[in-house]
Design a binder for this molecule. Structure first.
Ligand code: HEC
Ligand code: HEC
Ligand code: HEC
Length: 451
């Protein structure tokens, strides 16, 4: 759940640069984000995936509340509005930020503790405009910059489902944002600059399937809240939309059709399979899965995407594959990378002892269990964040989120030094036809202390 931290932190930085320059300059450097718990409990994760069934009530048919439940899964609302060990939608999940701690609200229908007093208008204003019933803004940790694209009736179906649940009397702790970030009015400046409050507009030149995919990706799926560089989050049709971003130390890759780091080499089918199962099927017969969802993406697949209809996942894949290639802004010029003799020898030894039993001697992986490391885009991304995080934390980083293969990769964070992880990562990034820059022990140290 820690990735939400980065979203908020960066969004607040935007608010800060927009409205707070003098204040920021006068403030001492913000302290590092508090270290969140990196291994949410398995039990809690399991509860999250099982949303309470919808029950018909009042004038509302079973069909209507079921529809609302489905959209609630597509919006992944439970992921944030459920604390470890709590009931779904009861809130209380702590979101640590360098500016203080936010607790997600209880969004069950209790009048005293939840959103039981929200009218339809209140609900729409919250999710499409980021405004509270009392007129104050919400922090964009609630992804209203994406939800604002969602149709009124779909959001109200979500409200209908939430109102079909038992109210509970759990009251999340008060948020503790530090001055001046506790002043919600500052967010008006952010909203003015970055919030484009337009509902989704269908493109008449494209198929229904494409438009359904676009609607889900840009709206409820809020893919851009992690995959779009956040300094421009919410800005309309920006050329950097979905070109990849760092989120809590992980790198959420480019989702445009770019050939080197994007989805250019994926087929629609492979992409739809990945969204459904967290694993892209092998590119060639006899090879391991092409890539696997690891950290934050494993959560998204587990809590939300794996429970959606195949037709919706395919629609998202069709839309994503049709977006023009857009290169992620590079931080270093591309040069051919060669392993030094020392890295090669040490890396090969470590690999043979610790990795080859699963990923196989030439990094070819083993279907259907172990992803290939040769020719794997996650391995060769310009930013080596994901490979480092995987070695530090294992994969998926929360083992309760393992899906099809039933095998998890152990974490090596406590076994290896920063230097050994750097050596191994450099070795697999530039061997078996891979050609990506070496990883330094400093890069590993930075992500290790990140939690
Ligand atoms: C990434 C985390 C995240 C996701 C996903 C998320 N929310 Fe929230 N939500 C928050 C946070 C944080 C707040 C409180 C913001 C604040 O206090 O300014 C919030 C506030 C709300 C509120 C206002 C409650 C009140 O008492 O004022 C409602 C309603 C709400 N969310 C509904 C939803 C729905 C419906 C979804 C799914 C479509 C959803 N949220 C998904 C984080 C999230
Ligand atoms: C909470 C943040 C978050 C959200 C929301 C999110 N992603 Fe991701 N995604 C990531 C991260 C981080 C990675 C890479 C590391 C990993 O697997 O966790 C990733 C990886 C991926 C990959 C693999 C890319 C590759 O080249 O290997 C695809 C495809 C993808 N996401 C699609 C989506 C789609 C489609 C959505 C919206 C429905 C979405 N993501 C929403 C964080 C997110
Ligand atoms: C016990 C078997 C096992 C061992 C040992 C193991 N891995 Fe893995 N590895 C996996 C599995 C399974 C996955 C996919 C996890 C998932 O589905 O989330 C994976 C994923 C990865 C990934 C991410 C690939 C992708 O496409 O997302 C990398 C990189 C990786 N391993 C490197 C290593 C290295 C380097 C070592 C040696 C230090 C190693 N692994 C040892 C089983 C293993």
């Amino acid at each position: 759940m820690q990735h939400r931290v980065a979203i908020l932190a960066t969004l607040l930085t935007c608010a800060a640069t927009a409205a707070l320059m003098p204040v920021i300059a006068a403030e001492p450097a913000p302290p590092a984000a508090a270290k969140p718990d990196s291994q949410p409990q398995a039990a809690a994760a399991a509860t999250k995936s099982l949303l309470p069934p919808a029950r018909a009530y009042g004038d509302l048919s079973q069909e209507r509340v079921n529809y609302g439940r489905y959209l609630t899964i597509a919006g992944d609302c439970a992921a944030c509005h459920t604390r470890d060990g709590g009931k779904p939608f009861e809130g209380g999940l702590a979101i640590d930020t360098p500016f203080g701690v936010l607790y997600t609200p209880n969004i069950r229908p209790s009048k005293a503790h939840g959103i039981g007093e929200f009218s339809d208008e209140d609900f729409l204003r919250a999710l499409q405009h980021g405004i509270r019933p009392d007129g104050k803004p919400y922090y964009p940790a609630l992804p209203y910059p994406s939800y604002t694209k969602v149709k009124d009736d779909d959001l109200l179906a979500i409200k209908d489902y939430l109102f079909s649940l038992e109210p509970t009397s759990y009251r999340p702790p008060e948020s503790q944002m530090r001055w001046p970030f506790d002043m919600r009015d500052l967010l008006f400046g952010w909203q003015l600059l970055f919030l484009d409050k337009e509902r989704f507009q269908a493109n008449p030149d494209k198929s229904d399937e494409w438009n359904r995919g676009a609607y889900l990706v840009e709206g409820l799926g809020h893919c851009g809240s992690c995959h779009t560089p956040r300094n421009i989050a919410g800005a309309k049709e920006h050329k950097e939309a979905l070109t990849g971003a760092i989120i809590d130390g992980w790198y959420a890759p480019n989702l445009t059709n770019d050939l080197t780091e994007g989805l250019g080499r994926w087929t629609v089918e492979a992409l739809a399979t990945y969204l459904a199962t967290g694993e892209a099927p092998p590119a060639k017969a006899g090879e391991g899965p092409q890539t696997a969802a690891l950290g934050p993406m494993a959560e998204v697949v587990h809590d939300s995407l794996s429970q959606l209809a195949a037709s919706d996942l395919r629609a998202m894949a069709v839309y994503l594959k049709d977006r023009p290639a857009q290169e992620a802004p590079r931080t270093t010029p591309p040069v051919p990378h060669q392993l030094t003799e020392e890295t090669y020898v040490k890396g090969r030894k470590l690999y043979a002892s610790y990795c080859a039993s699963c990923h196989q001697s030439h990094g070819q992986g083993l279907p259907p269990y172990f992803p290939a490391l040769a020719g794997n885009e996650v391995v060769t991304l310009e930013r080596p964040n994901d490979i480092i995080k995987t070695l530090l934390l294992g994969a998926p980083s929360d083992p309760s989120q393992a899906y099809s293969a039933h095998v998890v990769m152990p974490s090596f964070g406590s076994i290896f030094t920063d230097k050994q992880i750097a050596t191994l990562a450099s070795y697999i990034r530039a061997n078996w036809g891979n050609d990506a820059a070496p990883v330094t022990p400093d890069q590993v140290a930075a992500l290790r202390s990140d939690g």
